[in-house]
Design a protein around this ligand. Structure first.
Ligand code: NIG
Ligand code: FE
Length: 389
């Protein structure tokens, strides 16, 4: 669709740029969109003419959510595992191998249909940028096809061959690390922007994680990792040391981990995934401690069939506010600009001139309602690249 579009009559505009408070809020505002980009932001009274108009009706408008952590390429579900957890079983990550079996047995079209369904769910809940990981194939061919399919849906694709050691390599993990760093990385890299490792007891130790991430970096991939989810460990500090864009989960942190993330030279974001704590009935990460130390925090869904089968960023915002002592403004910022930082993007997560015109119109007068009205479908309209969805 060509021509200009004016989103007008915005009661509260969250820009994450210049404006009131940490969200850069502007009142009674308008946004002009041209060629998929934000061309102008200002007072509605001074809005330039445009070819078309969207009337926000006095509602709040936000940048689309940036979900920087999701595992969408898989088959099957693990509802029975969820039920068992709710009856008292702990989460160990052991169910990942169940999903690996189902994913290997699925056709490309089945996998594609699942990604399409989840991406659609997320879009309807305001997510306009979504990272997608592989990690349920764990063979050269299955990781490569997972990433090929992921790349059909966007540019934020992540090679997670080091999710767990698959059953056939259970007694020779060094050989599996060799496979990941060698032929699997070679097959995955053309379709991936990032490399990720599940650095955790029972998955990959710090030496394996370091080796795999270094190979990925040498192949031109950016680094992110799953760290400190199930217990304390060296993952967060490894991520900071390697200049990772993001360390994700951060549920069990030492003071030294927080200091490393807060260091003025650190560009690594702490991405918190409260859907995982919700769905595994685990203690939530202490977002307040990170924010008070000056750490940049992102919120993401971790959408996957095991530990967090939600595609809803509004749900994660509500959890972060209620359970993690984030203010509503901090949570909204973490779900937009924070996610963009975690993906090293400056063209999304903000509504300032030059940014992508990815925005959501709420069925509410203020961003506060995202946490204040949990579970309510508050996303009235989504513009993706300037195009109403
Ligand atoms: O981020 N922790 C590792 N990976 C996923 C869970 C995957 C699964 O249980 O299938 C996570 O929580
Ligand atoms: Fe994850």
């Amino acid at each position: 669709m060509s021509g200009s579009l004016l989103v007008d009559n915005i009661g509260e505009l969250v820009t994450n740029g210049v404006g009131e408070g940490p969200l850069g809020i502007r009142r009674d505002a308008a946004v002009l969109v041209e060629d998929g980009r934000v061309a102008w932001v200002g007072a509605a009274a001074y809005a330039p003419a445009a070819d078309r108009r969207v009337d926000a009706g006095g509602a709040a408008v936000l940048p689309g959510f940036v979900d920087s952590h999701a595992h969408l390429v898989f088959a099957g579900d693990r509802a029975a595992e969820f039920a068992a957890r709710m009856a008292g079983q702990p989460y160990t990550g052991g169910g990942i191998r169940t999903t690996v079996g189902a994913t290997r047995a699925a056709s490309d079209d089945e996998l594609r249909a699942t990604v399409l369904r989840l991406r659609g769910e997320a879009l309807r809940q305001g997510t306009t940028t979504m990272e997608i990981k592989s990690g349920y194939g764990l063979t050269v061919a299955d990781e490569a096809r997972s990433l090929r399919i992921a790349a059909e849906f966007g540019t934020e694709t992540t090679f997670l061959g080091a999710h767990v050691v698959p059953a056939e390599y259970a007694d020779r993990p060094d050989d599996y690390v060799g496979l990941v760093c060698g032929p699997m990385l070679a097959a995955a890299a053309p379709h991936a922007k990032w490399i990720d490792v599940f650095c955790e007891r029972g998955a990959f130790d710090v030496d394996h994680a370091r080796a795999i991430l270094a190979c990925g970096q040498a192949a031109g991939l950016g680094v992110r990792l799953h760290a400190n989810q199930l217990g304390p460990g060296p993952g967060v500090q490894l991520g900071v040391e390697l200049g990772a864009a993001s360390v994700d989960h951060c549920t069990h942190l030492s003071d030294a981990d927080v200091d490393a993330l807060a260091d003025a030279h650190t560009t690594t974001v702490a991405t918190l995934l409260p859907g995982a704590e919700f769905s595994t009935r685990s203690p939530y990460p202490d977002a307040r401690r990170l924010l008070d130390a000056g750490v940049t925090v992102a919120l993401a869904t971790d959408c996957n069939p095991g530990s967090s089968y939600t595609s809803s960023m509004p749900f994660c915002i509500a959890l972060a506010v209620r359970e993690m002592r984030m203010t509503p403004a901090e949570a909204v910022r973490a779900a937009t600009a924070g996610g963009a930082r975690a993906l090293r993007r400056d063209d999304v997560g903000v509504l300032t001139p030059g940014a992508r015109a990815d925005l959501v119109v709420l069925d509410a007068p203020s961003h506060l309602h995202l946490a204040y009205r949990p579970g309510v479908p508050l996303i009235r309209k989504v513009l993706l690249n300037g195009v109403p969805q």
